[in-house]
Design a protein around this ligand. Structure first.
Ligand SMILES: [Zn+2]
Length: 349
């Protein structure tokens, strides 16, 4: 029987399948033609002036960022660029954390955010082919964060925003931050989330000097679960959230999250499905089983190259990049992680 415009149903179906095949071929060709770009999505830069300001506002742990070779002196910059070039890394995205300007004092938060963003604007303008930057925002002060976000994205042309896994005493999923997430979503931009170094405020972490060895990945884990339980990735589907350190312990607990959440905290969507709506940096201190667990759990499309420079500097920088292709991943997966995913997330591909 005819199916409109004089074509039989069979002809229409055949035409549709040919068109679909053509479209698929087009997509494939398009993907092949698209040039990859090796971007390090997790890297830091701090100056003594900025760290002094944070210290004067009460941050007692700026020693973790001092004398790490992550400043703007020519010698430091030359070393950084030499490592990048040796590993084919074209660009780093700079992130001010864990010295983000999340001060409870509004004036301090605003002043530190402006200083951080002006500093990064200077770095980007001096070395535009090597750096882009995430915007520091003075949360928990939402109105001020929106203003600084607008300045950083519209005037300074930053590629997204960054916050820490805890905003002082606030969860990343605090309902008060909804306007901030709405604005990021409206702009379809990136939110990079980085540990704060608060050791989860735990008496079982801080006095044992475990803030960074295991405190940081535990922060990642808790913050990711706060996002998942609040349904933030679903509520703001255009926002691209990038979490740190292969998602902390999320890959190891993947099935457990689905099984236990069914009775502990039932959610409209399985946690592992929500987890796959976000992205994760590849910083795993070159431990192949950790990378494989993240790839097997969240998928190779969800992992972006990161180094945590300067913490993986020197020889560790080489390992941070090289382990991606030496971890026994399936063909094509290493290339996605090294050269495609960050560029896609950041809209630079
Ligand atoms: Zn870092």
């Amino acid at each position: 029987m005819g199916c409109g415009y004089g074509f039989t149903r069979r002809e229409v179906l055949r035409a549709a399948s040919l068109a679909a095949a053509g479209m698929l071929a087009g997509v494939r060709l398009g993907a092949q033609a698209k040039k990859g770009m090796r971007i390090d999505i997790h890297a830091h830069l701090w100056t003594t002036d900025y760290l002094d300001l944070c210290q004067s506002y009460g941050n007692v742990d700026t020693g973790t960022q001092r004398n790490k070779g992550a400043g703007m002196g020519q010698e430091e910059i030359d070393k950084r660029f030499a490592l990048m070039e040796a590993n084919g890394v074209e660009m780093q995205i700079l992130d001010i954390c864990p010295q983000a300007p999340h001060f409870e004092n509004k004036e301090h938060a605003v002043k530190a955010a402006r200083m951080a963003n002006d500093l990064y604007a200077e770095a980007v303008s001096r070395w535009p082919k090597k750096f882009k930057a995430f915007a520091a925002v003075p949360l928990p002060h939402v109105d001020e964060a929106l203003k600084e976000l607008e300045r950083a994205l519209d005037q300074l042309k930053f590629v997204g925003a960054t916050i820490e896994t805890f905003i002082g005493a606030h969860s990343v999923a605090d309902p008060a931050f909804a306007p901030f997430y709405q604005e990021l979503n409206r702009r379809a931009t990136v939110l990079y989330i980085h540990p704060s170094g608060n050791g989860l405020d735990s008496p079982f972490v801080i006095p044992f000097n475990l803030r960074w060895a295991i405190g940081a990945p535990m922060e990642d884990t808790v913050s990711i679960m706060h996002l998942i339980e609040a349904g933030i990735p679903q509520k703001y589907p255009k926002l691209k959230i990038v979490n740190s350190h292969l998602g902390g312990m999320i890959p190891m607990a993947f099935q457990r999250l689905d099984n236990i959440s069914k009775w502990e905290h039932p959610l409209p969507e399985l946690p592992t499905i929500t987890a796959k709506r976000m992205w994760y940096c590849s910083v795993g201190h070159a431990h192949p089983p950790a990378l494989r667990a993240a790839v097997d759990s969240m998928g190779a499309d969800r992992i972006c190259l990161g180094s945590d420079y300067p913490y993986e500097g020197g020889e560790l920088y080489n390992h941070a990049v090289q382990y991606i292709s030496e971890s026994g991943l399936k063909p094509g997966d290493a290339e996605k992680i090294l050269d495609r995913n960050a560029a896609y997330v950041l809209g630079l591909a």
